[in-house]
Design a protein around this ligand. Structure first.
Ligand SMILES: Cc1cc2nc3c(=O)[nH]c(=O)nc-3n(C[C@H](O)[C@H](O)[C@H](O)COP(=O)(O)O)c2cc1C
Length: 448
């Protein structure tokens, strides 16, 4: 069997539980220079794309801004438009919510980015719907959880109708014929349950036809949405067994939508730590985890699940002896946990008792994601093994330092993957669709 080619993406860190903002090597999370540094590093490493997450309201814990929401998250498409001018091949992926926006506006911005960047735009369609975030918007928390994917699906399909409203040759610009654009160009009418809009779309068809579509929800409906409509899944399932199970589940859903399994790439979020020896890397990794999970962060994390003020507890002591309050909870905002908190707390109590873990040690265990740890050679080997054994098609690397956190991966690990023949030595085409090897959408009908 031919070896699978690995796909790599770079996540700009910032607001998430891997960021170590207190490290003396950490720079600004909002200055343009920081974005430029990470993007250029990723492009030097021939990565498929650069990824920006989105948070539409700062997380709060008991009315205080969460410790990890250091600089919030600036608006993705604005940042990526600027980056398109200082990069030439790197894909540019924006996370844009389908609940709090309108298709015409989002389709217009993405088509514009696709033009500006020469065909490198991607859209991570997220479906956060909570009322807390909704308070920032005109109509408040107006979407029922059950409707989040109904709206997302129709939102995306409407955006596609808008992108298709211009056929590839509609922009004529022929002075001899006196014709600038074909008469019907940009005409659309969408009548659905979520959107009822008609008119003319302002942006001619972009180089990719449609920007690349990424999906990041994890529910059954989210997976179905991805199988039907996405080009890439950004997943949380990075560990080997869990990754394989997720991969198999999602890929098996594609056939019923008439799609081949290689038309959807699965890229879990992962981190990495390099060292001169295995032991050196393991020590560094343990140090980084302790910097990520400070004593305060450990208690804040636990409070989110206990639904109680735990500030009187010692982070280096045992888990709280009080039962959780399973009411509304004290943490508000992005990435709220929606499963059974009581069940989670029971599992953690058992784990902590079995392994003799303190609060902080338990949180280090519970919030860890797949981390490739070792020498550059062993990390290259691990990445390749995960991809060849169908735990993923590649990875979105989330470094813990901004903006230099991918420097050593690109310098020391990427060349080894290239040597193995599992990662490109150079870009083979101009567009992100080329990098992902997924081809373009079918061209819409020519306007008569
Ligand atoms: C890896 C990953 C990254 C995500 N990133 C974001 C994000 O940046 N912004 C956001 O609003 N939601 C984000 N989400 C949330 C999802 O898009 C989605 O709204 C949420 O998971 C609810 O959908 P679900 O019930 O299908 O999981 C992310 C989810 C996953 C799994």
């Amino acid at each position: 069997m031919p070896v699978k080619q690995i796909h790599l993406a770079a996540h700009f860190p910032g607001v998430n539980n891997t960021t170590v903002w207190s490290d003396p090597r950490s720079g600004s999370q909002i200055d343009f220079d920081s974005f430029v540094h990470l993007a250029r590093t990723a492009e030097r490493g021939k990565f498929d794309f650069f990824f920006l997450a989105e948070g539409l309201r700062l997380r709060e814990m008991k009315g205080r801004i969460h410790d990890l929401d250091v600089a919030g998250r600036p608006e993705s498409l604005t940042v990526l438009s600027a980056l398109s001018a200082v990069t030439t091949r790197l894909g540019l992926a924006a996370t844009v919510n389908s609940t709090f926006n309108e298709p015409y506006e989002v389709a217009r911005r993405l088509a514009t980015l696709d033009h500006l960047s020469g065909g490198r735009a991607a859209w991570n369609v997220v479906t956060s719907y909570d009322a807390f975030t909704g308070e920032n918007f005109r109509r408040g928390g107006y979407l029922d959880e059950a409707d989040r994917y109904n709206r997302a699906r129709e939102f995306l399909h409407t955006a596609r109708e808008l992108w298709d409203s211009w056929a590839p040759r509609d922009l004529v610009a022929d002075p001899a014929a006196g014709e600038f654009a074909r008469a019907g160009a940009g005409t659309f009418a969408h009548r659905g349950t979520q959107f009822d809009i008609a008119g003319r779309f302002t942006v001619p068809r972009g180089p990719q036809g449609h920007p690349v579509i990424i999906q990041a929800g994890d529910s059954d409906e989210g997976r179905e949405f991805a199988a039907a409509d996405a080009d890439v899944i950004f997943s949380r399932h990075g560990r080997l067994d869990d990754g394989r199970a997720f991969y198999k589940d999602v890929k098996s859903r594609l056939a019923k939508y008439g799609r081949r399994s290689d038309e959807l790439k699965i890229l879990p979020a992962v981190t990495y730590v390099l060292g001169d020896t295995e032991q050196d890397a393991a020590e560094r990794a343990a140090e980084i985890r302790r910097a990520q999970v400070t004593p305060r962060n450990a208690l804040v994390f636990l409070e989110g699940f206990w639904g109680r003020d735990l500030s009187g507890y010692d982070p280096d002591g045992p888990l709280p002896d009080v039962e959780p309050d399973l009411g509304e909870g004290v943490s508000k905002g992005r990435a709220q946990f929606r499963g059974d908190r009581g069940e989670v707390v029971r599992t953690w109590r058992a784990l902590a008792a079995e392994r003799g873990l303190s609060i902080r040690e338990l949180v280090i265990e519970a919030t860890g994601r797949q981390t490739f740890i070792g020498t550059p050679r062993s990390v290259a080997g691990q990445i390749d093994e995960f991809v060849q054994s169908d735990a993923a098609d590649g990875f979105v690397f989330v470094p813990h330092l901004t903006p230099g956190g991918l420097d050593d991966l690109v310098e020391h690990v990427v060349p080894l993957l290239q040597e193995k023949g599992v990662f490109r030595a150079d870009y083979t085409g101009p567009t992100l669709r080329d990098h992902l090897g997924i081809g373009g959408p079918r061209a819409p009908k020519e306007t008569p």
